[in-house]
Design a protein around this ligand. Sequence first.
Ligand SMILES: [Zn+2]
Length: 247
Amino acid sequence: MTDTHQTNAWREETVGRDRALVRKGEEVTMTFALGPATGAAKEPDRLTAILDNRVLRLRHCEQIHGGTIHELSAGGQEVVDVGPGDGLITSSPGVGLLVWTADCVPVLLAADGVVAAVHSGWRGCAVDIVGAAIDRMTRHYEISRKRIGAALGPAVCGSCYEVGPEVPEALRRFDLDESRWLADNHVDLRGFLNARLEALGLPAENIETIGGCTAETPELASFRRDGESAGRQWAMAYLNHRKALSY
Ligand SMILES: [Zn+2]
């Protein structure tokens, strides 16, 4: 088992302007910001604050509930919105990959010198963006699926997520055990993604669920609970840079 899995504990600390759950391994650091519930969204200052002592570059995307994954290298400006897409992947140390959520699931993936960050609500689940990310990691970087660790961050729970019939309809095509993600007309997105990641070949013990239900936790941002006034929490993964790199 690599350090991207369970050998290090999650700790709550301040990252930039936000409280966050952080796990710093030898190779990879994963972070899930906790809220704020309202107000702060994708302000440039909020992103710039994360740069201090954390990452050399920060990349996020203009999330569209799709299946596009951007592959990123180390060059360029400090903070870049790389355009439409819902996933980011890199093998460059010091490049923070950041996704925004407010009920959807932030998924951070890591193994053997590669990290990825994915935004997956039900539409992202329906287009299998995690499958696309795993596929990229295994084909392009030749990583074994058994080596990949996944952390699923704060998201809406099944009890709080009542959906129309189109949602289970779209998700049934993956043929996963429904008891893990569907109860009446309620969908547990993290339950679905756990089952999907296992079906994709990740060992169950490599998949973690971190943080509570966004709708039920007052300090977390929840679109379902607060609508347009909901804030956004970010999730970020990066490969640690061992020394100051010059670009
Ligand atoms: Zn809930």
